[in-house]
Ligand binder design. Sequence first.
Ligand code: FE2
Ligand code: FE2
Length: 340
Amino acid sequence: MSSDVAMALRGRSVLCIRPRHVGPALAGSVVGALVEADLRHVADIASALSTYARLGGVPTIFVADPSTARVLGDDARLAGCPVLVRPLAPGAIEAALGTLPDAVERPLAGGVSAAILALTDAFADVSAGRPIAVAPFAPASRVFVSALKVAADADETLASFVADIERHHSPTLRHSLSVAMNAALFGLHLGLGRGELALVVEAALLHDIGKAIVPLEVLDKPGRLDAEELVAVRAHPSEGERLLRNASHPVAPEILRVVRHHHEYLDGSGYPDGLKADGIPDMVRLMTVVDIFTALVEDRPYKTPMPQAQAVAILRSMTHDGKLDPAIVSRFVEMIEERG
Ligand SMILES: [Fe+2]
Ligand SMILES: [Fe+2]
């Protein structure tokens, strides 16, 4: 523990522990946690959030260096918890204790914020012509899954997860986060393990990354696209794959396939490669169904959200036409109907 933190905590009963030793047993035996973390980079934030998730909802205060402000801004909060910036003012910890959010909100907000930061940085990398920093996506996806597992058990908490997503201003980011949420809920419904769920979430977060090079006025255009605009939009799967092949770190082949092929249909009528059923892996089929449904029911600048029943009818008719996997659609519809 740093000396300033030790000073601030003087007189309290304190257990000092390394983040990797934090586990559920500890969470039950402490009244609060103070996490010293380097929060300058998205990967650091994701790992601080993962410590926080393992604390299981214990009221937490983060302590970070002043350079943290670059990422989180002044008066920052992480997962809804206060972030105190060094040097600690006298009484800062006492004051922060008074602003801790209630238990329900915290793990949920954390789950979405790591993914939002990773996506925001990835889009910024593309606009600046830098290789995409993909390293933060894996930890961000694990945090997302942990938070969603908590949220999925209660409608009310799931609604707050959705609200965290909808607060984001960019429609493409909101869409990617919503696809990640629906894919994770579907994965939970199918009984996938934590590792598979995290991979599905990572693929979902990145599936439309190629849209980072499509001009916003085309992406958000109300009404029909002309031929040239259509070509630009339809390039996003192959451009996304290209961007990820040139990313800062290697990207899992399952994820690259989702990115390139999520607009393919089993009958060969999709793009970019017109793959047919045998060429389309299960994870891609799953993402295609989740992506179509999510796009139909979400709010976009050029359309109002479609009622779920109507979106389900469209999935069914596309399945009837031989485009979507009937087994996947039927399990997905089952989940939608169970959840209402
Ligand atoms: Fe797409
Ligand atoms: Fe999409």
